[in-house]
Design a protein. Sequence first.
Length: 58
Amino acid sequence: MPLNKGVRVADEDVDLAAETFAPLAGPMHIRIILLLRGAERSSGELAELTGRSPAAVS
């Protein structure tokens, strides 16, 4: 994929994206995201795979 030279991203847009995605940065959230990459899973399955309660992973 070629780079788009001269294309700029506004600092405000970067700050908003960082703020929006910050809650997903925790290790447990990343673990859940990676578990969901391969297949749909119920909160019960996620709880079993992560050792957390279903409420904590839903």
